[in-house]
Design a protein around this ligand. Structure first.
Ligand code: F3S
Length: 281
């Protein structure tokens, strides 16, 4: 069997960097270590870190209860106030915020200070958006649907600065900006969408169209992995969704020549490599 591995399979740059940061701290012997929220939505990784002594802070209250230790900020980032609380409490902070998210923080901080009203296109309940709001010096508006954009009433005579959650769909972002354009001419738009997700999907589609069988690796509840599976299934009827190497049915794959492999955004490299090795041996 021959294998075609997607380069963009698994963690994006920002998540890989955040996970590596936690392991680096563990290896340095830093204790106790906390992550502000799970470092990634992958139980295997979170459990492995837990066994190494890394605890997850699930709420602001849990942060308040700490008296010592290192708090690692995950790739989604947090608001300014969380950094201030960590410092006030005498805790050590290691910042693993994705640089692309950090850039949004700097933009909204600067523009809101300059007197602009910040509009974030994204999901108000998403931790990344929570964090972005926390860098605005005036209250930001969060819009997710065309209906919300239509109902939005900008402040009188205040210029707008529009940014986006990094994982927001580009087409939807454009639609919402178009609606806002009709309300306020004095506005700046900063496209802060990260193309990691789209690149992963485009590559998966291409590979699935070139192989005899396609394997998609990821958690059963991971929506981005399900999306990859859907995309690949359209291109290749022999597409298989597996969670780990244990689910791999080599009996089925043995008769196929070329196999493609991709993986969802929260699938660790180790699992991807195990599947690749099993296919090649
Ligand atoms: Fe990942 Fe950073 Fe983009 S966390 S999805 S590389 S914004």
């Amino acid at each position: 069997m021959q294998v075609k591995m997607a380069k963009s399979a698994g963690f994006c740059f920002g998540v890989q960097r955040a996970v590596d940061t936690v392991y680096e701290q563990v290896e340095k012997g830093v204790r106790p270590i906390y992550t502000y929220g799970p470092i990634i939505h992958n139980e295997v990784v979170v459990k492995d870190l837990e066994e190494k002594g890394v605890r997850v802070l699930n709420s602001r209250e849990e942060l308040e209860a700490l008296t010592e230790g290192t708090v690692i900020i995950r790739s989604h980032g947090v608001g300014k106030e969380i950094y201030e609380r960590i410092a006030q409490k005498g805790l050590h902070c290691v910042d693993a915020t994705c640089p692309f998210v950090k850039k949004i923080h700097r933009t909204v901080e600067k523009e809101s200070r300059a007197g602009k009203q910040i509009v974030i296109i994204g999901n108000d309940r998403h931790p990344e958006v929570e964090g972005i709001k926390g860098w605005c010096s005036t209250p930001a508006a969060v819009l997710e649907s065309p209906e919300q954009a239509r109902n939005f009433e900008p402040l009188e005579a205040v210029p707008l600065c529009i940014v986006s959650q990094t994982t927001f769909n580009y087409k939807k972002f454009q639609d919402l900006v178009e609606i806002l354009d009709k309300k306020r001419y004095d506005r700046s738009v900063v496209n802060t969408i990260c193309n990691a997700t789209e690149e992963r999907q485009t590559e998966a589609r291409r590979i699935a169209g070139e192989v005899d069988a396609m394997i998609v690796i990821g958690g059963s509840h991971s929506s981005n992995t399900q999306k990859l599976f859907e995309i690949c299934s359209k291109e290749c009827k022999n597409t298989y969704f597996i969670q780990t190497v244990e689910d791999l049915d080599l009996g089925v794959l043995r008769s196929t020549g070329l196999i493609g492999i991709t993986a969802g955004a929260s699938t660790p490299k180790k699992i991807i490599e195990e599947v690749q090795t099993r296919c090649l041996n």
